[in-house]
Design a protein around this ligand. Structure first.
Ligand SMILES: [Zn+2]
Length: 658
């Protein structure tokens, strides 16, 4: 049976998750966690939470699922060091591969789960993820049933989202919040620009996911963990959703219409969607939270019922001998000894009174299902002594259960980071639009073009030594053949370089010279050196990086930054997608964001204005990205780079001034 994994934004929600029947919970401390706006846990609260969960046999996964700047690794390591010493959670959910590597090196055997922010869509990257120390993968929410099935069959522990809010952008690839609101989704500060109005509508707001009708399928596939989203939600929500899914898993059945209604009452955005799972992306996946939805939630009544662990209690009391008390929960029994009862001078305590005192388990995780004292002799039993005896037994039982439920560590040998060969510096020209000014190509050390735009790169084969073809943002197992065919074609054409937006693509591209693009989210030297050890010749910094100071660094200096990469074709949802261009989303300020349709109708939404750092010093290789620019504009940008010209027209300095 898969385990049920519930969110905990604070201590109350954590208890609600446990009482609702979660097998595992996930939560974050205030730092390095993708939900910085949830209440989250202080260190002491986290320690208590882990202990609380362990008594209930519930596993704890700590979210360390943001990208880290170079200066933050030590703080993160210190935090984990303290946690390991104090309570040792069962696993850490990690996005930053530099952090994953350092953790597995410093704390051998800790379980690392690859966050959905790491953008794993297919099993082809498993070997690499294992090499990085990951023991479980939280699959990207865009993954369809057949691809989940394939992934599970490849032997990697698999976690799948089954309920809750969804990102319209592939998780981990969204820069919209940070670009337009200076709140980085990759740093846990998402401002939810996907919930805003564009073109008078809400074309980016996805309904919440609900796979309650697919539970038997997911169980049948052998998925290891089923995950509920919602660390920003109330304890009642967590309890309500967890208890519905608990029942469905235990009874291996699909939800009834009543249960779906109950889930929708708790929270929905015009109902639910399973569009990614059923491989039917499209308009029906989108919806906003209506007044009617809010009213339903207001009227829904959820009462959280505390869950107790049943124990049986047996005591023996004889005059002149220490009273003994045994508590048993499942196969664990503890026995403690207490006072020596004295013969009472007047009327002594009766059996019932003593039992009543010993079974007072309120405030603990336990409730006495059976209780007996035998033998029992009436005598003098001071209440304070009985209380102390009971407390001692409870504490011993907790200790034993905690010991039994301690995490199992599996040893792992991290690879050694090697120093990369120096790559030649020079200008990179990247063309994502439909115009290419051939006159400027001579200026480029490398020319990047999407691999699926075959007629474009076939037309430029005289530059094949400089061509590097960009892989799409999504590759599912079911789409592997198509990509492999394309890669073969590229190889046959004599092109030797590929540019990857996702590190899990590395195993698909053996034999090529590999370049990591900004989609790989490198913001630190640590991550860069890992990427280079894994096989990249160069690593382009994420637009969110503060500096690109590694050896073979590249950096975007001009172009509209891609803000989102969506599996849905937003253009098709809004109008018709014929040639996949000429569409834009306009927000309430009038800013217009171009949308391009790419590989298999996945879309890229670009910033409303280009980044302009052409006039700034750049000590690494500069990348100029062309999207909407015509040939004249392209020529002008390359000239501006050479002359270090000041910006013209609307522009952004990106994060360089933050
Ligand atoms: Zn399209």
């Amino acid at each position: 049976m898969p385990c049920l994994l519930s969110p905990a934004g604070d201590t109350e929600s954590l208890k609600a998750a446990v009482y609702g029947g979660a097998d595992e919970v996930y939560f974050g401390l205030s730092e390095f966690n993708a939900r910085k706006n949830a209440k989250n846990f202080t260190f002491e609260q986290a320690e208590e939470a882990i202990t609380f969960c362990r008594v209930y046999g519930v596993k704890t996964n700590i979210t360390l699922n943001t990208l880290l700047y170079s200066g933050e690794y030590n703080t993160a390591l210190e935090l984990v060091g303290r946690l390991e010493k104090a309570a040792a959670p069962d696993a850490y959910i990690v996005q930053d591969i530099g952090l994953a590597y350092t953790l597995s090196k410093k704390f051998p055997g800790v379980s690392l789960h690859a966050s959905t922010q790491l953008q794993v869509h297919g099993s082809y990257g498993n070997e690499l993820l294992k090499k990085l120390g990951f023991t479980r993968v939280v699959l990207a929410r865009e993954t369809a049933k057949e691809d989940i099935e394939k992934f599970v069959s490849e032997g990697m522990e698999t976690e799948v989202f089954i309920h809750g809010a969804m990102c319209v952008c592939r998780s981990g690839g969204c820069l919209m919040s940070s670009m337009i609101g200076k709140r980085s989704g990759n740093r846990g500060e998402c401002a939810y620009p996907c919930r805003m109005r564009y073109n008078g509508k809400y074309p980016l707001s996805l309904k919440d996911l609900c796979l309650a009708e697919k539970i038997p399928e997911l169980i049948g596939m052998g998925v290891n963990a089923l995950k509920i989203e919602g660390r920003m939600k109330s304890p009642e929500y967590v309890y309500g959703v967890t208890s519905v899914y608990r029942k469905l898993i235990d009874e291996n059945r699909a939800a009834t219409p009543d249960e779906i209604k109950r889930l929708a009452d708790l929270f929905s955005r015009s109902g639910f969607t399973d569009g990614y799972y059923t491989n039917r992306p499209g308009k029906a996946m989108f919806g906003v939270r209506t007044d009617d939805d809010k009213e339903r939630t207001r009227l829904s009544e959820i009462k959280i019922t505390e869950k107790k662990i049943p124990v049986s209690l047996s005591a023996q009391a004889k005059i002149g001998e220490p009273i003994t008390l045994s508590l048993s929960a499942e196969e664990i029994t503890v026995t403690v000894k207490g006072l020596i009862p004295e013969k009472a001078t007047g009327k002594g305590s009766g059996k019932e009174e003593v039992l009543k005192q010993l079974t007072k388990l309120g405030g603990t995780a336990f409730s006495a299902e059976k209780a007996e004292i035998s033998p029992f002799v009436a005598g003098f039993y001071p209440v304070s002594e009985l209380n102390a005896l009971r407390r001692k037994a409870v504490s011993e039982l907790e200790k034993e259960i905690i010991k039994r439920n301690a995490p199992v560590r599996t040893l792992y040998n991290p690879f050694e980071i090697t120093s990369p060969q120096e790559a030649p510096k020079g200008l990179i020209l990247r063309f994502e639009g439909d115009e290419i000014n051939k006159d400027i190509l001579e200026e480029a050390k490398r020319i990047e073009i999407p691999i699926w735009k075959e007629s474009f790169w076939e037309d430029l084969l005289q530059y094949k030594d400089r061509l590097s073809l960009i892989l799409p943002g999504f590759i599912f197992d079911s789409g592997l053949e198509n990509i492999k065919n394309l890669i073969d074609k590229v190889k046959k054409a004599g092109i030797t370089k590929l540019t990857l937006p996702n590190l899990t693509f590395i195993p698909l591209c053996r034999g090529f010279e590999l370049h990591a693009d900004y989609g790989i989210n490198c913001i630190s030297e640590k991550t860069a050196s890992m990427l280079e050890t894994l096989g990249f010749s160069t690593v382009c910094a994420s637009p969110e990086a503060k500096a690109a100071s590694w050896k073979n660094a590249e950096k975007l200096v001009y172009g509209r930054i891609p803000l989102m990469n969506t599996r849905n074709c937003i253009i098709k949802n809004c109008t018709f997608c014929v040639d996949g261009k000429g569409y834009a989303l306009t927000d309430r300020t009038g800013a217009s964001f171009p949308v391009f349709c790419g590989y298999e109708h996945s879309n890229t939404i670009y910033n409303s204005v280009p980044l302009w750092l052409l006039d700034k010093p750049c000590d690494c290789s500069p990348v100029i990205l062309f999207t909407c620019e015509n040939e004249t504009k392209q020529r002008e940008a390359v000239s501006a780079y050479k002359t270090k010209s000041a910006p013209e027209g609307g522009f952004t300095r990106g994060y360089s001034n933050i």
